[in-house]
Structure formats: structure tokens, C-alpha cells
Design a protein around this ligand. Structure first.
Ligand SMILES: [Zn+2]
Length: 281
């Protein structure tokens, strides 16, 4: 039942659409729209919430759903020219993504941050200086995350709910600290095209397309020109296969909504609490 509700919402009517530009030519008839996955998306944008559910897990590399829905994520921006180019590509397709931004770049390019938010995308914390958190003390981690949060608040009055650790460097200590003190779920990935190695535009496209599965969290970086060249074909090929793109929090919400009624989602146990009381079954 919950599944059908969420699917209904996902496929539901327009709200905060980025497709506010009216086409100059007459609107095609319904039959044409139904034959064209991209046209269907433009007319039925997502209305799912953009905040994670109360029972969010401490970390994710993918979510457990059966529908062909994925979250595309872009790290290390905003980049002064490539991120706006990417935003144009997303806007043309009414696709919502998640951007894990470096605090220093947020401070340098606040207008791009505001545009990311205005166009319905999600933003996650990617630290202030893009440091490896596992080699930092608890206090250094707190400082990195707080500085990055402060930059987002100053740029756009936005408080992120998610963190992606730079270089994927993570351990239990860091995860627990970020979850219990900041409320952050750690977001890893299940599809990595290694675009930072610049393997070639078509390779990045095919690695993403071939890696996608229901519930995948896919990784790329919007600071490399070949990545920006690779993503339009990737989006169009996956849309043609029937995939929908949502933000990471939307994907997390889908997983929660698809759980059988009565499942208890246990919160993470804070460090030092060795004897948690059992939850009622
Ligand atoms: Zn990074």
C-alpha cells in the first residue's frame, strides 16, 4: 500500500517544476507524450519530499527498492562554469540530483548554490576543505563539518542532512560522530564510473548506464569537463530504459515507504551506549 502511495506521488501532478518555460510550439497530444519517456517526465515532475525519513539509516551505498529509480550524485562542486552547464542539462530533462559540495567552493560561488536549491536539487556536506576524515580527530571533524554548514547557511540558508566523506574514507568512529552529533546519514555509492581518471566520455556514459540498478546511488564529479559531456547521453539512455532520477533523500524515503507495515527501524546506537534498551516488536 505504501509502495503504491509513493509511486503515486512520484508519478503525480506538477508542483515545484523547473519546466516553467512554456514551449513555443503547440503542446503535443497525449498519445505522443505517452510514447516519449522524456516528455512524460517533463509533464509529471517529482513531488516527493526532499528530506530524509525519521528512521534514516546511519549509512547507505544504495537503497532496497524494486522500482527503476536511482539517485545521481555529483561531488566536489560547485564549479564556476561546469556546474551551471550541468544544471542546464538537468533542467532540460526535469531531473533532480544531489550535489555534495565542498564548503570552500560554496563560499566562493554562493549564486550557484542558490540556483541548485532553487531548481529543486538536494545538497549534502562534503567537508570544508575536502580532507580525509578518518585521519582527523573528532574535533577536527566537527570543525570541517561546521564550517561547511556555515558556508551553506551563509550562501543559501540551507542545512544539509547528508554527508559524503571525501575519498570515501570512512570508519565506524567517523560515521557515528556524524550521525549522532550532526544527524547526517553517510552516503556512499554503488556505481562509480571513476570519471576523475578521465577514461573518456563514452566510457563514463556506459559505466553509469550499465551499472544502474533499482535503488542505485551513482557517483560522478561536476568538476571534470568530460563528465559533463558524458551525462546527457547517460540520462537519456536510462530514461529510455524506464529509469527515474530522484535525490538521495527521496530514494531513502522510497525505501522506507516500501517496507512492510510493522517493521521497526532501529536508530543507530550512539557511541558509548553499549546496552541499548530493546525496541518493542
Ligand atoms: Zn570529493
Amino acid at each position: 500500500m505504501y509502495l503504491s502511495i509513493w509511486l503515486g506521488i512520484l508519478m503525480g501532478s506538477a508542483s515545484c517544476s523547473t519546466s516553467d518555460k512554456k514551449p513555443s510550439s503547440p503542446v503535443p497530444d497525449t498519445a505522443v507524450l505517452q510514447d516519449n519517456p522524456l516528455a512524460r517526465r517533463l509533464n509529471k515532475p517529482s513531488t516527493m519530499p526532499t528530506t530524509p525519513p525519521a528512521g534514516a539509516r546511519i549509512s547507505y551505498s544504495q537503497v532496497n527498492i524494486t522500482q527503476p529509480v536511482v539517485a545521481m550524485t555529483f561531488d566536489d562542486g560547485p564549479h564556476p562554469s561546469l556546474t551551471p552547464k550541468l544544471l542546464d542539462i538537468l533542467k532540460e530533462r526535469n531531473i533532480k540530483c544531489t550535489f555534495f559540495l565542498i564548503g570552500q567552493n560554496v563560499k566562493a560561488y554562493p549564486k550557484i548554490v542558490q540556483r541548485i536549491i532553487a531548481e529543486g536539487h538536494e545538497i549534502g556536506n562534503h567537508t570544508y576543505t575536502h580532507c580525509s576524515l578518518t585521519s582527523r580527530s573528532d574535533d577536527q571533524i566537527r570543525s570541517e563539518l561546521k564550517q561547511s554548514e556555515a558556508a551553506l547557511m551563509a550562501a543559501a540558508n540551507y542545512r544539509p542532512q547528508l554527508i559524503r566523506p571525501p575519498y570515501g574514507a570512512i570508519n565506524t568512529r567517523v560515521k557515528q560522530l556524524m550521525f549522532s552529533e550532526f544527524g547526517y546519514s553517510t552516503i556512499m555509492w554503488s556505481v562509480d564510473p571513476q570519471d576523475w581518471r578521465r577514461p573518456g566520455v563514452s566510457v563514463v556514459t556506459s559505466r553509469l548506464v550499465n551499472g544502474a540498478r533499482p535503488g542505485s546511488i551513482m557517483l560522478a564529479h561536476d568538476i571534470h569537463p568530460p563528465t559533463i559531456q558524458a551525462v546527457p547521453a547517460m540520462f537519456d539512455q536510462l530514461i529510455a530504459k524506464g529509469y527515474q532520477f530522484v535525490t538521495v533523500s527521496q530514494l531513502m524515503n522510497m525505501e522506507k515507504a516500501s517496507m512492510p507495515v510493522g517493521v521497526v527501524i532501529r536508530p543507530a546506537v550512539p557511541m558509548g551506549d553499549k546496552d541499548p534498551k530493546p525496541l518493542p516488536q
